[in-house]
Ligand binder design. Structure first.
Ligand SMILES: *Cc1c(COP(=O)(O)O)cnc(C)c1O
Length: 392
C-alpha cells in the first residue's frame, strides 16, 4: 500500500511534518549549515534562527524567551526536569526534600525516572486516577508532606487524552513552596496552553507530536529557579544544555508551535465534529466502552475497549485495511502487558487488553473517518467469532 493511501489515526504516537515546518527546516539542512556558536555570519545565521524559534514558542505559550531551552525531545525534557530538580532538592540538605508526588498514569519517561530515584533514597507517591481519567486536587493535598520537594503530573494523558487540573495543582504547590513539573507533550498545540496561567515551574514540549520533527523538544524552566544541567559539555542553551543545537529541528519546532497555536480554534472545532462522528459510530458496536470521560479530553483522542478481543489482533487487522491506530496495551515495548494507564483507571485486565486508541490531527479527513467506521465493525465481529473469550 502507498503511504498516501494510509489512514493515519495514531497522531498521539507521532505526526507527519507540516509542509510549513518542512519548508522552514530545509535551508538549515542545506546551505545554512553554520554552527550557531561560530562568530562568522554563516554561524550567526543559525543562531538568529534559533533565537526566532525561541521567541515564537515563548510568545505562543505566554512565557519569557529566556525560559525556553531546546532539548532532544519530550523524554529528555522529562528526564532533565525531574532528575535535576531531585538533585537540587537533595543537595539542599542531604535528602531533606526527598518526597516526590506524581500519578499512576504518567508517561514512562517520567515513571521510569521516578523508579530510578526511588533506588537512591527518594520517596515517591503516585496519585490514583479516577474512572474519568483525572487525578484529584484533594488527593494531592493529602499526599503533600513537609519533605515534598517536587510534583510531576502530566497535562494531557497520551493514551486517553484526559486533561489534568494543572493550574489548580500549581496553586496548591506554590502555596506550599513545592516545585511543579508538567509533561505537556500531548497538550501544547492541541488545547490552549498558557504557561503563566498554569502555575508551573517546568513544562515539557515534544516536537513530533505537533507536526515538527522527531528528536527535538523543549523544556520551559521558570526564570525564578536557578537550575542545573542534565547534559554537560559546551555552553549552549545559556550553559544549561550542552551539545551543538539541532538547528533545523529547532526552527521547525518554532514554526510548528506557532502554527498549531494560531490555528487552534478552527482545528479544534473540526476535530470535535470528527470525534463526535467517530464516537457515534463506535458505540453502535455492542459491548464497546469508552475509556475516560469525554469531558476534559483532547479533541483529537478517543480510546475504546471492545469486550472479547485483544487490542493487538485488532491493530493487525486494521493495518491490513491500511488503517494505523494503536492499542492501549503493548505500548512501545511490544510487551503483552496491558496498559498501565487503563489499569490505573481500574479496568479489569481483559478489558484493558481489548483497547483501541484513535487519535486524529488537522490532516484527518471526513472520508477517512467514514472509511474507518466502515471497516471497524467487521473486524471486531470477525475477531469475536474467533475468540474463546467472546463465546464464553
Ligand atoms: C511522546 C511523549 C513523550 C516523549 O516525547 P519524545 O519526544 O518522543 O521523547 C513524553 N510524554 C508524553 C505525554 C508523550 O506523549
Amino acid at each position: 500500500m502507498k503511504t498516501t493511501d494510509i489512514i493515519y489515526l495514531d497522531n498521539a504516537a507521532t505526526t507527519r511534518l507540516s509542509p510549513a515546518v518542512l519548508d522552514a527546516m530545509l535551508p538549515y539542512l542545506n546551505d545554512c549549515y553554520g554552527n550557531p556558536s561560530s562568530l562568522y555570519s554563516l554561524g550567526r545565521q543559525s543562531q538568529t534562527a534559533i533565537t526566532k524559534a525561541r521567541e515564537e514558542i515563548a510568545q505562543s505559550l505566554n512565557c519569557d524567551k529566556r525560559e525556553i531551552y531546546f532539548t532532544g525531545g519530550g523524554s529528555e525534557s522529562n528526564n532533565w526536569a525531574i532528575k535535576t530538580a531531585a538533585a537540587i532538592l537533595a543537595e539542599s540538605g542531604t535528602l531533606a526534600k526527598k518526597h516526590i508526588i506524581s500519578s499512576e498514569f504518567e508517561h514512562h519517561a517520567a515513571l521510569h525516572v521516578l523508579e530510578t530515584l526511588q533506588k537512591t533514597g527518594f520517596e515517591v507517591t503516585l496519585l490514583p486516577v479516577y474512572k474519568d481519567g483525572r487525578v484529584r486536587v484533594a488527593d494531592l493535598e493529602k499526599a503533600l508532606r513537609p519533605d515534598t520537594g517536587l510534583v510531576t503530573i502530566m497535562h494531557a494523558n497520551n493514551e486517553i487524552g484526559t486533561i489534568q487540573p494543572i493550574a489548580e495543582i500549581g496553586a496548591v504547590c506554590h502555596e506550599r513552596g513545592v516545585w511543579l513539573h508538567t509533561d505537556a507533550a500531548q497538550s501544547v498545540g492541541k488545547i490552549p496552553v498558557d504557561i503563566a496561567a498554569l502555575n508551573v515551574d517546568f513544562l515539557t514540549i515534544s516536537g513530533h507530536k505537533i507536526h515538527a520533527a522527531k528528536g527535538v523538544g523543549a523544556l520551559y524552566i521558570n526564570k525564578r529557579i536557578k537550575f542545573g544541567s542534565l547534559i554537560q559539555g559546551g555552553g549552549q542553551e545559556r550553559g544549561l544544555r550542552a551539545g551543538t543545537e539541532n538547528v533545523a529541528g529547532i526552527v521547525g519546532l518554532g514554526v510548528a508551535v506557532r502554527e498549531a497555536v494560531d490555528g487552534l480554534e478552527a482545528v479544534t472545532e473540526r476535530l470535535l465534529t470528527l470525534r463526535q462522528k467517530l464516537c457515534d459510530g463506535i458505540v453502535k458496536i455492542e459491548k464497546s466502552h469508552l475509556n475516560g470521560s469525554l469531558q476534559n479530553r483532547l479533541p483529537s483522542n478517543l480510546n475504546f475497549s471492545f469486550e472479547g478481543i485483544e487490542g493487538e489482533a485488532l491493530l493487525l487487522h486494521l493495518d491490513l485495511a491500511g488503517i494505523c491506530c494503536s492499542s492501549g496495551s503493548a505500548c512501545t515495548s511490544g510487551s503483552l502487558d496491558p496498559s498501565h494507564v487503563l489499569l490505573a483507571l481500574g479496568l479489569p485486565h481483559e478489558i484493558a487488553h481489548g483497547s483501541l486508541r484513535i487519535t486524529t490531527s488537522k490532516y484527518t479527513t471526513d472520508a477517512e473517518i467514514d472509511r474507518f467506521l466502515e471497516v471497524l465493525p467487521g473486524v471486531v465481529g470477525r475477531l469475536r467469532e474467533m475468540s474463546p473469550l467472546w463465546n464464553k
